[in-house]
Design a protein around this ligand. Structure first.
Ligand SMILES: [Zn+2]
Length: 273
């Protein structure tokens, strides 16, 4: 879960997202619409019999605020909170596993705020069973062949990986840029995400207001999408002064073609972009 505004838990239930599958919560900054749902959610997890642990990535102040709340309203939680204090000034790797990395990127907002990039690592190639059987590749060699290394037979014959394996499945990445003023250098830090969410609070004719309030326009978000090599841009965080959300898409597509207009409850299949 990235950010947790008020009502996030009700929204999860409405969308049939299972609370039991929630293991990592990333908080970008301490504005109410990004944070205030967290204390309530932690209490609800307890009511649902959550055990084990949950990971929360948050600033030191955020941890302090949450713990203070918990000390009054969420006493004796039946699960452990594993706190990961985020460095709000510098980019850092928050998670690094065999399958995935999660990195943070400092943004430019009224309070300290970070974005997140979730990137799958390159996947192993697919074994062609008939070929590995035919060439009698031992199980111990499979891991190397999946990485694209050739197989050397006992008689010295070299079988290239392309003959034994098929192309790996593509790796996907998602960049989540929550509240921020336009940052010209941001695109270079995003490394061609499959999907880029970038806030689009305002339209370009209110550029001054966007700058003043440390938010972005749809035009600016589209520039970041274009310059980062993203496959698609997801809009969002629209100011309530606009009654027609489709204007955000209209403005963005002038700069970048593949724009997905965000709305409450939207699900995007990242493998189809
Ligand atoms: Zn904010």
């Amino acid at each position: 879960m990235i950010d947790c505004g008020e009502g996030a838990q009700q929204q999860m239930q409405r969308m049939h997202l299972r609370l039991s599958r929630l293991n990592h919560i990333f908080i970008s900054h301490l504005h109410g619409d990004h944070y205030l749902g967290l204390p309530g959610l932690l209490g609800t997890l307890a009511l649902h019999g959550r055990t084990g642990s949950i990971n929360i990535y948050i600033s030191a102040e955020g941890k302090e605020a949450t713990e203070r709340f918990n000390s009054y309203f969420n006493r004796g939680l039946p699960y452990e909170i594993v706190w990961h204090i985020t460095d709000m000034k510098h980019s850092e790797i928050l998670i690094d596993t065999e399958a995935l990395t999660v990195k943070s990127i400092p943004l430019n907002h009224r309070v300290r705020c970070i974005g997140f990039v979730f990137a799958e690592k390159p996947k192993p190639r697919h074994i062609i069973r008939e070929m590995t059987d035919y060439h009698q590749v031992p199980v111990s060699q499979m891991q190397y062949i999946k990485r694209g290394e050739p197989f050397v037979k006992p008689d010295g014959t070299v079988i290239p990986a392309e003959m034994l394996t098929r192309e790996a499945s593509p790796s996907y990445s998602y960049a989540h840029i929550s509240d921020t003023k336009y940052i010209p250098g941001l695109a270079t830090m995003l490394e061609s995400p499959t999907l880029l969410y970038h806030e689009t609070t305002y339209l370009q004719h209110e550029q001054e207001l966007a700058d003043e309030r440390y938010h972005s326009t749809a035009h600016e978000a589209a520039m970041v999408a274009r310059d980062s090599g993203a496959h698609a841009l997801l809009t969002g965080h629209y100011s309530s002064r606009y009654t027609d959300d489709s204007l955000f898409k209209e403005e963005a597509v002038e700069v970048f073609p593949h724009v997905i207009l965000n709305r409450e409850g939207l699900a995007v299949d990242i493998t189809q972009l």
